[in-house]
Design a protein around this ligand. Structure first.
Ligand SMILES: Nc1ncnc2c1ncn2[C@@H]1O[C@H](COP(=O)(O)OP(=O)(O)O)[C@@H](O)[C@H]1O
Ligand SMILES: [Mg+2]
Length: 228
């Protein structure tokens, strides 16, 4: 695939210390992602996928190496700048939805816009996004009143509220049955084909899920073993 480079990991290392032992998790990763690509990162449990996603999302720092995203270098940013960068540029979708139980679905979706102090009408946009993911009739409900698949759809709407350039999804279908998972992947497919220049990086351990993406990167023992 050719085009504009959007994201690069440059010689990224990450190790965890557990007691006296060192767990090498990422061992010198060099990944280049183009704008508008949909990438699946595959690997067995414990292969470092979540660690990598957290590093790409500027939630964790590598021990060595750097991340460049949309012409910004993470190594030069302080924590406040990283938080602002995440709000402006990145939408996160997690396996476990992470909805605030006391807030309505609409309020959950609006939350990142309120934290960002967005000037635009976030209520209107949140409603539109919820319509788009098929939840227009559920906006006043609490998360506990929704199924897992519905909560994940709301989580995708929340990830989109600030119009991010990058969507980072960690096993977004991991808690769902295969039919519901397909509905979630169809939403990702629509996002991808809408051609708004959005880049998607999706983690999975499931080859059927990964096959939805343009490109599959396989992690093993901290290194890339395949880039297909
Ligand atoms: N905060 C942490 N402290 C110590 N070890 C960790 C920590 N986070 C992850 N690990 C270890 O790093 C390895 C990779 O974890 P993770 O990135 O969650 O893998 P995956 O998402 O592919 O299952 C695992 O062996 C895990 O136990
Ligand atoms: Mg994980």
């Amino acid at each position: 695939m050719s085009g504009e480079i959007f994201l690069q990991t440059v010689d990224v290392y990450k190790r965890y210390h557990a007691g006296n032992s060192i767990i090498p998790v990422l061992e010198g990763l060099d990944i280049t992602v183009f704008r508008n690509e949909w990438i699946a990162i595959l690997g067995a449990s414990g292969s470092g996928k979540t660690t990598l996603l957290n590093i790409l999302g500027a939630l964790e720092s590598p021990d060595k190496g750097n991340i460049l995203c949309d012409q910004r270098s993470y190594i030069t940013m302080n924590d406040r700048e990283k938080a602002q960068f995440r709000l402006d540029k990145i939408g996160f979708v997690f396996q476990a939805y992470h909805m605030f139980p006391e807030l309505s679905i609409l309020e959950n979706v609006r939350l990142p816009a309120m934290i960002k102090k967005s000037k635009s009408d976030s209520k209107k946009r949140a409603k539109e996004l919820l319509e788009q993911v098929g939840l227009g009739h559920r906006i006043s409900h609490k998360p506990s009143e929704l199924s897992g698949g519905e909560q994940q759809r709301a989580a995708i709407a929340r990830a989109l509220i600030n119009s991010p350039d990058l969507i980072l999804a960690d096993e977004p279908t991991g808690n769902l049955d295969s039919h519901t998972g397909e509905q979630i992947l169809d939403i990702f497919k629509e996002l991808h084909s809408s051609n708004e220049g959005r880049t998607i990086i999706m983690i999975t351990h499931d080859m059927d899920v990964a096959n939805y993406a343009d490109r599959k990167i396989v992690l093993k023992d901290g290194r890339i073993t395949d880039d297909l």
